[in-house]
Design a protein. Sequence first.
Length: 279
Amino acid sequence: MAEDNIETSYLVIYDNTPSARINYASSSISDVLGYTSEEVLGMSFYQFLHPDDNSSIQKVHMSNVFNEKLSSMISYRLRHKLGYYVKIATVVHYSHEVLLTCNMRFNPDALQYKQWMNTADECFLLTEEENQQASSLSLVSTVAQNRASMEDALKRSLQVSRQWTDKYEPEPRFYVLLNRYSAIMTITFISHMVTKLLGGMPPDDYIGRSIYEVVHPRDRDVVEAQCAAVKSLYVISRVRFDWLIDMRNDVHVSVEAVVSATRDTLVMVVRSVPAPVQV
């Protein structure tokens, strides 16, 4: 598939507070919402959100943060710089202290939208109801087989056991931003948690290197294949591989990554491989 077929999409990174303040927005946000990256920096997501979508989105945001969801999808309406509202489809990845979001204009007929919906761990849809002050929230992508199990899945997904005032330690994760147009998948940014989680090099030492330099040679084929699928098929991918710490001494750590993409960036959120559950 041609790269030119990808929908206009942009990356926004929010903090994990109730306000969901914007830490970063890619320049392509202007193609969809009219704002420059600088104009939205530091602002709360809720300053742009349609009032009727507020209640449902607060529930989803709280669940994404406290349940530390690796991959979920949600649609809602944001205010364009010119004053009208644009419906947006967003993939959310939680990474320790931030939420990374890949965003596109809502278009259920677009291949990218369909692929996101079918490969996210779960997908929420907000529906605007006539004569109602609040949009209705539904879970549209799940293994549930009937309405009762869908409703139960929605309740379980939104259930949280903490409050914003509670102190807790999130699962250690770091994120990597990759140049999607680089054949070697150059690292353009990596968060500080990489050193805390894996040790070894400080974040700045990764910049400009290929992601494949830190993938163990026996895993390179599968990581290349999954990144290629994210780029050309618009899927959200999960891949496990060994992250090289010291190639000379063959020191490596097993990790799990979830990968998605906007028009100009591949987003990778990485955590240690969870321990197997025994029964």
